[in-house]
Ligand binder design. Structure first.
Ligand SMILES: Cc1ncc(COP(=O)(O)O)c(C=O)c1O
Length: 405
């Protein structure tokens, strides 16, 4: 069945009546996609530098994803976790091979992975740390929208409407002294994102990540690393914590894992692997369809050497963005790693630039006043970067022209 093409205006009106008003959507009705390109209802082709918020690591409609979806859907879609299925076991093996010795719990979203990690920490703390179950989490971090994940997230605007939230989270600045001061009695773990994505692609220095690892070793705490946005090769290593040369005890994975199909995972190293039968579960978690696709995604990233490519193309994109300065674009800096970048502006024009970019045929994600976040597919080519940056230059010129008029 294909859905009849529907104009943006008609769709917006219908959505207003039937969808909860949880999202501020961009004025685009996207009907199809291919690689880094998407096509709208009115036939426009845009370069997608947001990639479903870091999900479409292989771009849209990659043959490996399509083949895995079609073959597995013809064989077996869902069984529940009452039985064994081969794709699930293969996915866990493939994940562990890219990361560290661990056992894997499979679920469906980043928030669910965060909840799983929080439960692991609590169980570990009860049995191994004399009942200490608290977690030190970092200001600027984001771990999802469910209650536990929200409690671990610092920004008041996400949290306040939903209080009271579960207790036991201490929010501190992303500084070693502050983390050490908070990691006292009652604390079982520290949780961090190596690059804080939702707050504007803010990398934690490698020395800080390594320092937190050393602190956790010294104080017998678990280190939980949220790689939901930074993982799957995007930063130029399979996992961003690998830049710091450390191994976490627990790692959460989602977004790019299924190349667009919802699937998530939690890896627990030997010290943290404390779940027993009955402790946790998820009806859909690790179902054959999602895990077969995720296996195809991991295999394709390895076969097409996309991790190294993300590092190289990330540098190319960074230099290209910096070159916009020569056209008078107020670029303060480009921060981030690999293909997880933020174009940081000297002026509060991010929202206007994001809107103008749509007009010029490129999709970027405005965060706050002055950040444009870019999370393109790892398959993006130099020619596509050149064209995207040319279109961005056009968009900034349009913003300037509008300001002047
Ligand atoms: C670092 C991080 N953790 C967790 C989440 C939550 O993931 P999901 O939206 O799949 O629940 C996100 C989502 O943006 C994220 O960026």
């Amino acid at each position: 069945m294909s859905h009849a093409p529907t104009s943006l205006d008609a769709l917006r009106q219908r959505a207003g009546s039937v969808l909860m008003h949880t999202y501020t959507r961009q004025p685009l009705s996207i009907e199809s996609g291919h690689g880094v390109w998407v096509r709208t209802d009115d036939g426009r082709e845009l370069i997608d530098l947001v990639g479903g918020i870091g999900v479409n690591v292989l771009g849209h409609a990659h043959p490996a994803v399509r083949q895995a979806l079609s073959e597995q859907s013809a064989r077996l879609i869902h069984t529940s976790n009452l039985y064994f299925t081969a794709p699930q076991v293969e996915l866990a093996e493939r994940l562990v091979a890219t990361a560290f010795p661990a056992r894997v719990f499979l679920c469906n979203s980043g928030a669910e992975a965060s909840e799983t990690a929080i439960k692991l920490v609590r169980k570990w703390g009860r049995s191994r740390r004399g009942g200490a179950t608290g977690m030190v989490v970092l200001k600027g971090g984001f771990h999802g929208r469910t209650l536990g994940a929200l409690a671990a997230t610092a920004q008041p605007r996400y949290r306040e409407p939903f209080e009271p939230l579960p207790a036991g989270f201490v929010h501190v600045a992303a500084e070693l002294d502050a983390i050490a001061a908070a990691a006292g009695e009652g604390i079982a773990a520290v949780m961090l994102e190596p690059i804080q994505g939702e707050t504007g692609v803010v990398p934690l220095p490698d020395e800080l990540v390594a320092g937190v690892r050393a602190l956790c070793d010294e104080r017998d705490l678990l280190l939980v690393v949220d790689e939901v946005q930074t993982g799957m090769g995007r930063t130029g290593r399979w996992w961003a914590h690998q830049h710091a040369g450390i191994t976490p005890d627990v790692m959460t994975v989602a977004k790019g894992l299924g190349g667009g199909v919802p699937v998530a995972a939690v890896l627990a190293g030997p010290r943290a692997d404390v779940f027993e039968p009955g402790d946790h579960g998820s009806t859909f978690g690790g179902n054959p369809l999602a895990t077969a696709v995720a296996c195809a995604v991991l295999r394709t990233i390895a076969e097409e050497r996309l991790v190294g490519r993300a590092a190289r193309m990330g540098e190319y994109l960074r230099e290209s963005l910096l070159s916009l300065r020569s056209q008078g674009v107020p670029v303060a800096t480009v921060r981030g790693r690999g293909l997880m970048l933020a174009l940081v502006l000297d002026e509060p024009i991010a929202a206007a630039a994001g809107r103008a970019a749509l007009g010029s045929g490129v999709i970027v994600n405005a965060i706050g006043d002055s950040v444009l976040r870019l999370l393109p597919a790892l398959t993006i080519t130099e020619e596509e970067v050149d064209e995207a940056v040319r279109r961005l230059g056009e968009a900034f010129a349009a913003v300037r022209a509008e300001d002047a008029s």
